[in-house]
Structures are given as structure tokens and as C-alpha cells.
Design a binder for this molecule. Sequence first.
Ligand code: FES
Ligand SMILES: [Fe+2]
Length: 329
Amino acid sequence: MIRDQWYAVLESKEVRAGKPVAVTRMGEKLVFWRDPSGRLACLADHCPHRGVALSAGKLTGECLQCPFHGFEFDASGACRRVPANGKNAAPPKAMHTTAYPVREAHGLVYLWWGEPREAYPPLPFFDEIGEGFVYSTLKDHWATHYSRAIENQLDVVHLPFIHATTIGRGNRTLVNGPLTRVKHCYPADNLLELWVYNELDEGQTPLRASQIPEPTRHPFLQFRFPNVWHNWISDSLRVFVAFAPIDEANTLMYLRYYHKVRTPILSQVNGWLGSLGNLVIERQDRRVVITQQPPRSDLDIGEILIPGDGPIITYRKIRRELIEEAGGE
Ligand code: FES
Ligand SMILES: [Fe+2]
């Protein structure tokens, strides 16, 4: 996983007041909880005393209390109380568990994967999903590395095959371009934008990306490193995906269907149908993508790529550069 990045890893509503939540993300067992003011905290889900899962404990004001011997840990991971040592004893300094920087925005929880620092880059999202949208979310588990799940969302060659009955209808197998634009600036903003020009094959030669005229419309797809994606369907309809890495072989997809509200009833029906449609499409992808070997993508994994795979090559290059810029994985 690329270090020194904010990863969208959960939805805010998954961490309710008063109850610690255990999840695996980034290959680590983690516990999330909220203090009485609602502020989010995230610790390694491992008590440094005798190895119990802290998530099985309970909240005591500012702290999370281990269920085994009642030691209490604050949001910085420091132990604040060892009941067996008496309430006047200072807890041993080494009695400390790892705390992860976390933030919330757009109904998502972001986790900083890297060394804590003074100033952090902005949280990756899309300004294009602005005011006036409502959304519904579906979660789906994919048994593959998140890089494969992301690449699938940048793959325009697969549309008429995997999605022949849905978004790939019309047999537009010939791939012009696609056109990919990149804004790469470590670590603040790494954005990949994509315009798709698939068409029916009538014997014409596909256009290379360099032959495609300057687009006048908004990109069809945007991907912002390390793990959020946006599909501009129309001014009032969008699909968003956060690819939360569970571990090296598993990803949790948070699929959101965003739309603008006209009337509340219509909006509910629209949201429901839209989410259902998303799930059908996403399951068409999942069935195939989880069979890809190796499960983790990289620049040099021996695949034989074609011009239509341009966005995937770009994704791999930037991913590699970000890994190098962060000093390795
Ligand atoms: S194992 Fe957590 S307090 Fe003992
Ligand atoms: Fe797909």
C-alpha cells in the first residue's frame, strides 16, 4: 500500500457513539471509537498488556477500556489507568498502543497511512460532487487487492464484454484513445481524468490518445489517489467508489449513488433503483476481477497490454512513483 496518504476506509455512520468498532484495514486490526464530543479515534486493536482486542472493551469517557484487566487508553494510544496498580500510580510509559491519525469529511472516515506529521495534505474527494446531492451507499467485499479493483474502474476495454447487458450495451468494442490526463503532485493531489470514446467497429482504425481532439466536456471518470473514484453520468447523477483496502487480498467497496433531489419520494425511488443498478454492474465486474492473477497489480507483472489499456498503465506508473516518493511500501 502506498504510504503517506489519506485512505477512505469507512463511512462515518459506521462508527456510532458509545460503541467501539473493530475492522481490518490496511492489513491491520483496528478499533475506531468516538469520545463523548463525537471526535473519532483509531487505535491498533491490541492491548499492550496481554494482547486482548481492545474493541471488546467499553468506553469510559475519553478512554477505551480493555475488557481483560481494565487498563484505559486514550485517543493517542497512551495508557491512562492501570487499576491493579492503584489509582494514584502513574501508568508505565511503555504501556502504549499505536494510534492512527483519522479525519472525517463527506460522510467518510479517512485514515493516514504513514508517519504522523505536522501538516497533512487535503483529504482526497471530488469538488465536482458539490452542493445539492444526496447519496445512498452499498458495501461489497471483493477478494482481491484494491489496486485490481481500482484498475477495473479505469478499464474501458472491458465494457462491451463484462457489461454487455448493462452499461456496455451496443457492442462498442473499438476503443479510441482513451484520453487520460494526469495531475501528479506528491503528496497533495494526484488526479487521473479519463474520457471514453468507444464505438462500433466498422473497420476503422482506432484513434490513438494523441489524435483525439481537446475534450469540451467534463471527464467521464476521475480517480484520485490513493482510493477514490468518480463517474460523471450527468450534472445530476454520479457514481462514487471508495476502495477500502482490508489487506493484501481483500477490498471493501463503498459504492455511492449520488443524485440531486427533486421531490423527496421520487428521490427515494431514484436512489433505490440507482443503487440496485450499481450493484448489478459491480457484481458483473467482481465475478471476473477476483480471478485476476497476480491479485496485486504493479508495473511489471508480465501482462501484455494494448493501447486501450492506457489509463491502467498510467495508474500503475503513478502508483509506483508515489510508492517511491514515500520511500517504499
Ligand atoms: S490484556 Fe488488556 S488490560 Fe490486560
Ligand atoms: Fe466494469
